[in-house]
Design a protein around this ligand. Structure first.
Ligand code: ADP
Ligand code: ZN
Length: 618
């Protein structure tokens, strides 16, 4: 018998979930909800888990798969990520494998053989494969420990990620009534949740619903004013060497922005549906495996990006809705460390999105819903209130106090009584026939000499030249905010002219006051302001050097094994090593994220780097 290294040691099925958390995963305690869910599944009952990204969903099926007899079957639509998930499990000594279309027939056959001979505890499988006769036949010959349905929102036709095969997963409770099912998603909106429950027959399952707040993500939203430069400043001052995602609306802009960042010395790779599959896969792979890569992408990039150490998500264009914004920004800071969601937007973005919506082939009802969603997003951008409060309340949650971790909380926005300005703007729109956009209206309000104004006789109306108490920029802000608070509609079928809404009546009559916020750009976000950098910072240069040596070692090991660096150790684990400076294997074992197997495999090498740093004179 080989000596009992952690790699081949069998975990006793009598081990408690906490034992497994400690010995295999190297963590001391469960995150909120995990233990309860794990015990529920171990006892053989079904569960629906609604938890935000980074909440720790994977453990909720991984630990029961290890403890319950048989093989945990994890259904996931993310073929590209299965390899990483399996690698991560194998690194900590769990017998995991995957079956999907990327394997050759022979490789798949080998996995099936191992399943039959009890050499696998956890199997990741694509839904289309699960439903094949061959796999169904295999399932009958083994004992499933559980079925985990990951990314369960794929069953919903309303979402972006609909997968028809997911609907057929409703056969599972009929074929395997005694095997627990756990469906998991990070989708926050209630319509999708309802659909998951109905389609996957989870009405009788226990529903575990958690707050969708992501406290470690700092939201920062600003007006565009040379957006590329704003982005570059942000990256340069706050995110140098960090991994991040930059979202753009069009493929062309993706290419352009990536190139531009490269010219400024960053490693930025494009990702969009128009690129060759090979290039796309290579770029995604590099983003996952290497440190400090920026991916510039359309929304084609995203679902299930498991990389835990994405430090920022930047939007150079507005997303379509708050739901989309939440999902996209949610890819930052999965590891719980500080991260930033950064966005620059403009009025032109809003009008473009409205036009795209209007010209789509969606039915009228759908268009109406989408338009409301876009309005809510604009409201979020223009709010003078804590952004987290606005966002969570949109998802039906109530956050008692302002969060203290968004731009509004950190750099409070001043507001001003804009009732008179609003009245002037609204009546100017009314008197010119509700046909014109901001540029023309502002020229009238400021009394600018504009040939078109003279030609149309608009220099004769009462609002000509009555607005010189505000600057051009301030009037732009007024018009934007009038849209955001629904006093104006944009005529997207015509030339983008503004129309008054029903709500205007009380403002024009003077029955309702209007408050505007001062634009944050005008107040200038100062580099040395209270907003501190989100990247990992260290007290001394010595710490920083040590951190870099540890990262280099991690990179070398990862490269040799052809796995992403974070699979060896997370940033947070390396950071703890820098802080705690373990001096022995015993101390090393106490570092969060260092379980038995990893201690055995890598402990000595990392210890060596730590000890040699201590010897070095200051
Ligand atoms: P989700 O699937 O919900 O987005 P993950 O399962 O990927 O979340 O976990 C998010 C991060 O939290 C991962 O980096 C994971 O290693 C870490 N994590 C999970 N459970 C714990 C725990 N009990 N203690 C510390 N870290 C944890
Ligand atoms: Zn806030």
């Amino acid at each position: 018998m080989p000596s009992s290294t952690p790699e081949n040691q069998q975990v006793e099925s009598s081990a408690s979930p906490l034992d497994i958390l400690k010995t295999l995963f190297g963590y001391d305690s469960f995150l909120k909800g995990q233990e309860e869910i794990i015990k529920h599944i171990i006892s053989g009952r079904d569960a629906l888990v609604l938890m935000p990204t980074g909440g720790g969903k994977s453990l909720c099926y991984q630990i029961p798969s290890i403890i319950r007899p048989g093989i945990g079957i994890v259904i996931s639509p993310l073929i590209a990520l299965m390899q990483d998930q399996v690698d991560a499990m194998r690194q900590i000594g769990v017998k995991a494998a995957y079956l999907n279309s990327s394997l050759t027939a022979n490789e798949a056959f080998q996995i099936e053989k191992q399943m039959l001979s009890g050499e696998i505890d956890l199997l990741y499988v694509a839904p289309e494969r699960l439903l094949t006769d061959r796999f169904q036949n295999l399932l009958r010959q083994i004992q499933p420990a559980l079925f985990a349905i990951d990314e369960a929102h794929c069953v919903s036709q309303w979402g972006h990620d609909f997968r028809p095969e997911y609907i057929q997963l409703s056969i599972l409770p009929h074929q395997y009534p005694d095997i627990p099912r756990i469906a998991l998603t990070a989708t926050a909106d209630t319509a999708t949740r309802r659909e998951i429950i109905a389609k996957l027959q989870l009405a009788d399952a226990e529903h575990f619903v958690f707050s969708f707040d992501r406290p470690n993500i700092r939201y920062r939203v600003m007006l565009k004013n040379n957006a590329q430069k704003q982005l570059l400043d942000f990256i340069r001052w706050e995110q140098a060497d960090n991994s991040g995602i930059v979202y753009c609306l069009s493929r062309k802009k993706v290419e352009k922005t990536a190139l531009w960042l490269c010219e400024h010395g960053y490693t930025a790779l494009p990702y969009h549906a128009g690129l060759d599959t090979g290039v796309r896969q290579r770029n995604q792979r590099r983003f996952l495996q290497e440190d400090g890569i920026i991916i510039v992408a359309t929304i084609a990039f995203g679902m299930g990006i498991d990389k835990p150490d994405v430090r920022f998500v930047a939007h150079l264009d507005l997303p379509k809705s708050l739901e989309a914004y939440y999902q996209e920004t949610g890819r930052a800071g999965r590891d719980g460390q500080d991260a930033i969601a950064w966005m620059a937007y403009s009025m032109a973005d809003v009008i473009l999105l409205r036009k795209m919506l209007e010209s789509s082939d969606a039915d009228e009802n759908r268009k109406w819903i989408e338009k409301r969603k876009l309005d809510a997003l604009l409201g979020f951008c223009e709010t003078p209130q804590c952004r987290r409060q606005v966002m969570l309340s949109y998802f039906g949650e109530h956050l008692e106090k302002p969060c203290g971790n968004c731009d509004i909380c950190l750099e409070p926005i001043e507001t001003w009584d804009g009732t008179i300005a609003a009245q002037k703007a609204l009546s100017c729109i009314y008197r010119t026939g509700q046909r014109f956009g901001a540029r023309y209206l502002i020229d009238i309000l400021l009394g600018n000499s504009n040939e078109r104004i003279f030609r149309l006789g608009h220099d004769k109306i009462s609002t000509y030249g009555i607005g010189d108490e505000l600057t051009d920029k301030e009037w732009q802000s007024v018009f934007r905010q009038l849209i955001a608070i629904n006093l104006l509609d944009v005529d997207v079928e015509g030339f983008g002219g503004f129309k008054l809404t029903e709500k205007c009546r009380s403002v024009l009559k003077g029955e309702q006051k209007v408050f505007f916020r001062k634009d944050p750009v005008a107040q200038k976000l100062n580099k040395k302001s209270k907003i501190k950098t989100s990247s990992i910072t260290f007290e001394t240069t010595e710490d920083k050097t040590l951190w870099e040596s540890l990262r280099q070692l991690r990179k070398d090991i990862a490269k040799k094994q052809n796995v992403p660096a974070y699979i060896i150790f997370h940033d947070s684990t390396l950071q703890e090593m820098v802080i705690q400076r373990p001096g022995s294997m015993m101390e090393m074992e106490n570092i969060p994220g260092v379980g038995d197997t990893k201690l055995h495999r890598y402990g000595e090498q990392f210890l060596e780097v730590l000890l040699s740093a201590q010897k070095r004179p200051n």
